[in-house]
Design a protein around this ligand. Structure first.
Ligand SMILES: NC(=O)c1ccc[n+]([C@@H]2O[C@H](COP(=O)([O-])OP(=O)(O)OC[C@H]3O[C@@H](n4cnc5c(N)ncnc54)[C@H](O)[C@@H]3O)[C@@H](O)[C@H]2O)c1
Length: 301
């Protein structure tokens, strides 16, 4: 297998001008091994919830394209995942009985359609199929009342959190539909408790996450009868870098936000990932167009 745990593909052109293309070869020859199990494409896999999803899927036999931008964004007040963190996730996903890596690292910005298209092509070239997509890449910024929100924050929140999910679907749904029937295709977007309630001084983030719900419900209708479902998983405050950045908007620690949870504690990424992984499984076949909370009761009152 050509890709060791420290190997990263950068999929297509990216915003910052760093371009390392590695186009997928045409034709049926697989770079990895013969298709032998389900394959997931997980964005935001460099850390946090996306990383937990990648690890849990790999632990149950999935092969995973672990996708992340691995570059900081000047519009955000905190660092994003690094290339080293993405490599560590790939290493944690382990190898199969034949010694082949369970995961493949791909650097791509979810705002960049060409990069996502190339990432999906790389995934199907390497693993031979695509069964599930988990759109977990996301970011938070804000702190001002909505009418004072700067254009740059508004655009970043909409383009990363909503546009990124749409572009991921645009790139990956055709590959899900290439699987022969009967299919168990899955599209899962990370929404938020802020998809159903307003978040003062995080209006752009909340608006984008409300948009994710509309997008996923629409996708579910479009995919009806195909064997591919579309759902959104909505976490409450989770113990990640983004959870800390969300609290910092209010000058708080993440632990201060647990007052919004019936269960007065932060969620752990693995608790969110467990629901995402169930949605990825064939067992969830009766669930589509749903918003599934894993929010410690935050939206129950
Ligand atoms: N942590 C929370 O409290 C919380 C609550 C509700 C919803 N969520 C959602 O869960 C998802 C995962 O968040 P998390 O808490 O794990 O955050 P995180 O910051 O730990 O991880 C997000 C990942 O997305 C990547 N990313 C950011 N922008 C990207 C881009 N443009 N292209 C590709 N990758 C990009 C980052 O590098 C990072 O690895 C997000 O969609 C977030 O909105 C999180």
């Amino acid at each position: 297998m050509p890709d060791g745990p420290t190997h990263t593909e950068r999929a297509g052109p990216v915003h910052t001008g760093v371009v390392t293309t590695d186009p997928a070869p045409a034709g049926p020859v697989l770079e990895g091994r013969e298709p032998s199990g389900p394959v997931a494409f997980v964005t935001g896999a460099g850390r946090g919830i996306g990383a937990a999803v990648a690890r849990q899927l790999a632990a149950t036999g999935w092969r995973v394209a672990a996708v992340d931008v691995c570059r900081d964004d000047p519009a955000l007040g905190y660092p994003l995942a690094s290339t080293d963190e993405l490599h560590a996730v790939v290493t944690a996903c382990g190898t199969d009985a034949a010694g082949a890596d369970q995961a493949l690292a791909i650097e791509a910005d979810v705002r960049d359609q060409a990069a996502l298209d190339a990432a999906v092509a790389r995934t199907t070239s390497h693993f031979g199929r695509l069964d599930a997509v988990v759109a977990a890449a996301g970011a938070v910024a804000g702190g001002d009342d909505s009418w004072h929100t700067p254009d740059g924050i508004w655009q970043a929140m909409l383009e990363i959190n909503l546009g990124g999910v749409w572009r991921t679907a645009r790139a990956a749904v055709p590959a899900l539909l290439e699987q022969p029937v009967p299919r168990h295709g899955r599209f899962v977007a990370l929404a938020s408790a802020g998809s159903t309630v307003g978040l003062a001084r995080l209006a752009a983030y909340s608006a984008a996450k409300h948009g994710v719900l509309g997008l996923v419900r629409s996708l579910a209708g479009e995919l009806a009868g195909t064997g591919v479902t579309a759902n959104a998983v909505a976490p409450g405050t989770t113990d990640t870098a983004m959870g800390r950045a969300s609290a910092a908007v209010y000058g708080l620690d993440p632990d201060d936000l647990v007052v919004h949870h019936l269960d007065r504690r932060l969620l752990q990424p693995d608790e969110v990932a467990a629901l995402v992984c169930w949605v990825c499984s064939p067992a969830s076949s009766g669930v589509t167009g749903a918003l599934l909370p894993v929010d410690a009761g935050m939206t129950a009152h």
